[in-house]
Design a binder for this molecule. Structure first.
Ligand code: PGA
Length: 254
């Protein structure tokens, strides 16, 4: 049984003080819904305070990015060794980083290796944009992103990873993929690509999230699909009551 995982990607929102206050408001969820794994991903500067506020709770903490080198002259960057011990997860290859910060499949792969080397669990994002979707390229593109991300990883390393399928046209737009389409890509494309790399049995244990305008209205239908194991949530994760509703609905569906 794959345990559902809901991760809130706060993006560039909340000051450290706001982040801590929000994290404290989420604390009761940890004991209320043990069936669901929860992770929050605040901005770098809020990580120490949020990690402290959530220490000992069942709510995990994740970073939103990591650099692939250990240290050095990379102004403005944060390495995996700096995050080790502070966070459990790190989002890698988010479409906003691919789009605005030139992150390529190769860099995503290097970041994953850096994260794994320091005991961090990557949440690896893949997904097609609108033009690629309309051109019927979704399956080839997403499968290619998955294979590139996992290049050179042992099964043991791959087992630490959560994949988030996020169609770019659905992120922050209010347009989510239909549960059927999302589940098809998660199952027939992402899980199948993983099966091709590590075997069918292994791929059945892999957790695959959906992301892109997931909210309390659509999470129930998404979580009812067999190949969707949770969500990477942007906008809707910034409101405590909406996030709680999403966790509750997810717990009810499993
Ligand atoms: P959204 O963002 O839920 O606001 O669409 C999802 C994401 O970017 O991970």
């Amino acid at each position: 049984m794959r345990k559902p995982i809901l991760a809130g990607n706060w993006k560039m929102n909340k000051t450290p003080a706001e982040a801590v206050e929000f994290a404290r408001a989420l604390l009761p969820l940890a004991t209320r819904y043990p069936q669901v794994e929860m992770v929050v991903c605040p901005p770098f500067v809020a990580l120490p305070a949020v990690a402290e506020a959530l220490a000992g709770s069942r709510i995990g903490v994740g970073a939103q990015n990591v650099h692939w080198e250990k240290n050095g002259a990379f102004t403005g960057e944060v390495s995996a060794s700096m995050l080790a011990g502070l966070v459990d997860y790190v989002i890698i290859g988010h479409s906003e980083r691919r789009q605005y910060f030139g992150e390529t499949d190769e860099l995503v792969n290097r970041k994953i290796k850096a994260a794994l080397g320091h005991g961090l669990k990557p949440i690896v994002c893949v997904g097609e944009d609108l033009a690629q979707n309309e051109a019927g390229m979704t399956d080839t593109l997403v499968a290619g992103q998955v294979r590139a991300a996992f290049a050179g990883l042992t099964a043991e390393q791959a087992g630490q990873i959560v994949i988030a399928y996020e169609p770019i046209w659905a992120i922050g737009t209010g347009k989510n993929a239909t549960p059927e389409d999302a589940s098809r890509v998660c199952g027939q494309v992402v899980r199948r690509a993983i099966a091709g790399l590590y075997g069918a049995g292994f791929s059945q244990a892999m957790r695959i999230q959906y992301g892109g305008s997931a909210n309390d209205k659509n999470i129930g239908d998404l979580m009812a699909m067999p190949d969707i194991d949770g969500a990477l949530i942007g906008g809707a994760s910034l409101k405590a009551d909406v996030f709680e509703a999403m966790v509750r609905i997810t717990a009810e569906r499993r």
